[in-house]
Design a protein around this ligand. Structure first.
Ligand code: ADE
Ligand code: ZN
Length: 346
């Protein structure tokens, strides 16, 4: 099972690039940017990664992102993530970033997206990986700030597929951002939103009905509302579930209590993702392995989870079908194709 999971071609739909900043790289970048960190060494940073809820984590995650100043920093961050997950057979990634975490510190939107995109382009050339880019608005900030961020993003619109919503959930319902997301869709972008991570099913309904989200990020608390579960099933709305994150942030007290199996049994389009791998103890393979072991998932369920991801991706139907064929060949034990479909977004 372990080697089956390691080798299966995968797709990641929920990854905050700032959450892939490993302490080693944090120190390297802090050194060259002459920024002093509130930790003496890498071990002390890792030791600080004990969280009792989402906010606990966000405070340390935003502090870590302060070392990122230059295009090269965003390039290095993204390239390190991509080369890691390439070794885990991740073939397609849809990357989130938080523009306001950087623009609020005086770093230009262009600096951030250019560094991230350059690394993604290199990964496509050199590693045959494909990608989509999804900036997220910080929901603890105002709707006006989100709108300003959208204006800053528009000149780079051809590089962007969708916009999302993240950060502190409770107290910041999706409806707070209705006008921004109306504008986002009017300009031709897709939408996604974090909802039902710590917040109630009502927030998932709002993400769907008000923001018109194509996918729900996390969404695990949707199970509390039978009508919502029926809706998600009927409309094949994917949930980008992040098992290690959910345990680290105490949404579930241990992996054995995670509701992934219930989501699958309810017929929901659940997918597996890493969220913030440098903070939560693992990338894609570690997430799959942890959940498989704790919930005793069958091989078939692993395949379903991976298939769900490719099907819920924002790839074209033709590109999705290429990956599904590659997946099918892998499962059938045939040689894997090494050719990737071209990414049409840029
Ligand atoms: N930003 C980074 N990770 C997040 C998460 N799990 N929930 C909300 N916002 C986030
Ligand atoms: Zn997230």
């Amino acid at each position: 099972m372990k080697s089956f999971i390691q080798g299966i071609p995968k797709c990641e739909l929920h990854l905050h690039i700032e959450g892939s900043l490993e302490p080693e790289l944090m120190f390297e970048i802090a050194d060259r940017n002459e920024i002093s960190l509130p930790f003496p060494n890498v071990e002390a940073v890792r030791a600080a990664y004990q969280f009792s809820n989402l906010q606990d984590f966000l405070d340390i995650y935003y502090a870590g992102a302060n070392v990122l100043l230059h295009e090269q920093d965003f390039y290095d961050l993204t390239w390190e993530y991509l080369t890691r997950v390439y070794r885990q057979n991740v073939r397609h990634v849809e990357i989130f970033f938080d523009p306001q975490t950087h623009t609020e510190r005086g770093v230009a939107f262009e600096t951030v997206i250019s560094g991230i995109r350059e690394a993604l382009r290199d990964a496509r050339e050199q590693l045959h990986m494909t990608y989509k880019i999804i900036p997220n608005f910080l929901r603890h900030l105002s709707a006006e700030s989100a709108m300003q961020t959208f204006e800053q993003a528009l000149p780079f619109g051809k590089w962007i597929t969708a916009f999302g919503l993240d950060s502190s959930e409770v107290g910041h319902p999706p409806s707070k951002f209705k006008s921004v997301f109306d504008r986002v869709r009017a300009e031709g972008f897709l939408t996604v939103a974090h909802a039902g991570e710590e917040g109630p099913p009502a927030y998932v309904w709002e993400a769907l009905n008000v923001l018109k989200a194509s996918r729900i990020d996390h969404g695990v608390l949707s199970m509390e509302d039978a009508e919502l579960v029926a809706y998600l099933k009927k409309h094949k709305i994917a949930l980008t579930v992040c098992p290690l994150s959910n345990v680290k942030l105490r949404v579930f007290d241990k992996m054995e209590s995670h509701n992934l199996k219930q989501l699958l049994h309810a017929g929901l389009r659940a997918t597996i993702n890493s969220d913030d791998p440098a903070y939560f103890g693992g990338y894609m393979n570690e997430n799959f392995l942890a959940v498989q072991e704790a919930l005793d998932l069958e091989k078939e369920q692993i395949v379903t989870l991976v298939k769900n991801s490719f099907e819920a991706s924002f790839l074209s139907d033709a590109d999705t079908n290429c990956y599904l064929a590659e997946l099918e060949a892998y499962v059938a034990g045939m040689d894997q194709s090494t050719t990737a479909p071209v990414n049409i977004m840029d």
